[in-house]
Design a protein around this ligand. Structure first.
Ligand SMILES: *[C@@H]1O[C@H](CO)[C@@H](O)[C@H](O)[C@H]1NC(C)=O
Ligand SMILES: *[C@@H]1O[C@H](CO)[C@@H](O)[C@H](O)[C@H]1NC(C)=O
Ligand SMILES: *[C@@H]1O[C@H](CO)[C@@H](O)[C@H](O)[C@H]1NC(C)=O
Length: 361
């Protein structure tokens, strides 16, 4: 593990133990400010990467940074009345402003490089689309599918088609929140894993964001519970195989989407440490690990996920930086910063004892 991870661990060991009783946690141990500082520094480096590569970042990359911008504003609000956090709060504000400017400019390049995709999905990179959770819950292990049933049959084309129906941006002049039987089946079929699963969750997350509440969407909450329970299970399996490289992307995507859906148990301290350690110090991006750094390759099923998926979504730069990896990383990290700032009671897991990967949620 690289030095930020180690440093973080040391700081946390030095910090007072978490108060287990209630909301009335003593106002922030010294170590805590440093965790926030580490996250913020990582986000500043990633934003510098965005700035440098702006013309080449694809739409899915931009989504991650738009989510981050919203998270930073949430952090700023939460810190507004905490004088001790003013210096950090100023940095958060400056970063959010820089992002707003960069994201505004990115529209020009996205429209240029893939006009059709841009037209269909531009609403999800607009300011105001993404919203932060204000109540928190945890995943329920009893909803995890039996292992034999799961499969990753993700099709980018099908997933896009259904999201376009949801958003109502198809060329038919279609209405938002209306679904074909095909999409209803695709998005609710049990037994999905990997990107198939995360896109089912994304579908219901975006339905809520979009304000779809009728019909199938009256059950959005049950589906989110089901999907995030399985995404939690997958993340724990990724941890168990040592975060082998290709699986890091889905691991961070799961934290991004389920975190935005209000599942606080995705914000585990040891997962934060792991993610921070994956950032390339020079480029500020996330992507393929440097050769020979000891990162495991991972078992075949995880590698196959990667090969099969994401043509339009992924953009891998020659130096190994990945647009999609960086996007999921910054919005996962932004989620950690936000939940730390908001500090709901459910968040105690973050500071609690570290269970073994197998032992649950
Ligand atoms: C995208 O590009 C087209 C063609 O150049 C242009 O007509 C349109 O206004 C652009 N849209 C945005 C939002 O910039
Ligand atoms: C978890 O889900 C099961 C059924 O799937 C339910 O019976 C149980 O009450 C749930 N547990 C919690 C803590 O919500
Ligand atoms: C547009 O309408 C046609 C005919 O009704 C239908 O077959 C097609 O799936 C629709 N396309 C979208 C994107 O909804």
């Amino acid at each position: 593990m690289s030095s930020p991870g180690l440093l973080l661990l040391l700081l946390l060991l030095a910090a007072p133990p978490p108060c287990s009783s209630s909301l009335s946690q003593p106002d922030i141990p010294e170590g805590r400010a440093t965790v926030e500082d580490l996250i913020l520094s990582a986000l500043e480096r990633a934003t510098a990467f965005l700035n440098k590569r702006l013309p080449e970042i694809n739409l899915d990359g931009v989504v991650g940074f738009r989510v981050l911008e919203v998270q930073l504003k949430g952090v700023q609000e939460a810190w507004a009345h905490k004088p001790r956090l003013q210096p950090l709060s100023l940095r958060v504000g400056a970063l959010a402003e820089e992002l707003a400017w960069l994201l505004h400019r990115s529209v020009f390049f996205l429209n240029l490089s893939d006009p059709e995709y841009f037209r269909e999905f531009q609403s999800i990179i607009q300011p105001g689309f993404w919203k932060l959770p204000h109540t928190w819950t945890r995943t329920n292990i009893s909803m995890v599918y039996p292992a034999a049933e799961t499969q990753d049959s993700f099709s980018e084309e099908h997933s896009d088609l259904c999201l376009v129906q949801l958003l109502g941006t198809g060329s038919n002049g279609s209405q938002p929140c209306r679904l074909s039987d095909f999409c209803r089946d695709l998005m609710t079929t049990p037994g999905c894993s990997g990107y198939c699963l995360s896109h089912q969750l994304l579908f219901f997350l975006m339905a809520s964001t979009k304000g779809c509440t009728e019909g199938l969407f009256s059950q959005s909450w049950s589906y989110k519970n089901l999907f995030c329970a399985n995404m939690m299970d997958l993340n724990q399996r990724v941890e168990a195989i040592g975060y082998a490289y290709p699986s890091r992307d889905i691991f961070m995507e799961n934290i991004m989407f389920c975190g935005l859906s209000g599942f606080s148990d995705f914000y585990k301290l040891r997962w934060l440490e792991a993610i921070l350690s994956w950032q390339r110090p020079q480029e500020g991006c996330f992507g393929r690990p440097a050769p020979g750094d000891g990162t495991p390759e991972g078992p075949l099923p995880f590698r196959q996920h990667v090969l099969r998926r994401i043509k339009r979504r992924e953009k891998q730069f020659a130096d190994g930086c990945s647009s999609h990896n960086t996007a999921t990383a910054v919005s996962a990290l932004g989620g950690f910063l936000y939940i730390l700032a908001e500090q709901p009671p459910a968040n105690r897991a973050l500071w609690g004892p570290t269970p073994s990967p197998a032992s649950g949620h």
